[in-house]
Design a protein around this ligand. Sequence first.
Ligand code: HMN
Length: 293
Amino acid sequence: LERFKGITVAMYSCYDEKGEVSKEAAKKLARHYANIGVNGLYVGGSSGEGMLQNVEERKQTLEAVMEEVGQEMTIIAHVGAPSTRDSVELSKHAEQVGAHAISAVPSIYYRLSPQSVEHHWQQMIDSTSLPFIIYHIPQTTGFQLSKALLTKMAAQDKVIGVKISAESTFELQQFKAAGGDDFLVFNGPDEQYLAGRSIGADGGIGGTYGVMPELFMKIEQCYVEGKTEEARKWQFIVNDLIAELLSFPSLYGACKQILKLRGLNTGEARLPFLPVPEAEISRLEAINEKILS
Ligand code: HMN
């Protein structure tokens, strides 16, 4: 389980200038994170626009990442899709290409019973021998994962953890306690990385890590070394940056544009996510300068 701890970047989507998935761009981006010393990548999640891509595109993206950094980094494949059928297909593919774990949100759009969500996840779990990480993000899926269902899922050896993007650190702590000693909890809200760690998270998976991995690695390092004040200082710097990034029409569009400014072109975010308006590029350049300084 050690390999899953620390900083895992929720990787952004990678497209060419026509908006098609670009394996080349994905490899370049994955290589960039490997060189920085990031622990792992979460592929095809929210930041990766997995829900806006078809099964084939998601497979191609994961393949590119595995080919480039699969031997060096811990790769978690997000395989959740609205249909169980697609989710299972993606799960099997993730195992074939050597991903280290699979992870999934509940099926989205329909209001589902806990039994349906449980069965949806179980089909993925049973389709491979890979570890499974529940992805709990109720503000986008609408599904409230109960402690009872979490406890039931966590009792299976293959279910190694939960990524919790809900904003409540209380829930995070309660899920950690419910899961038991060998159950990992990943902090989701990047603004609360330190808070999440302090209350029991084993590490984090986040989208904004992608534009400032070094800063999150600093928070982590300070936390581990018991330098609380310094950890807070870095978290506050990060939070001011996140607040600015959140003021753009889409967070993903802004983050991808920052990568572009650094020579890492991953294309525009896919619509409905809006790109950064032309008139705001200079504001983004200033944010980029702040991150790099
Ligand atoms: C992913 O799956 O891409 C992310 O890890 C999800 C992650 O928890 C993000 N949450 C949401 O998008 C709701 C955060 O990284 C978030 O973008 C960040 O905290 C800024 O609010």
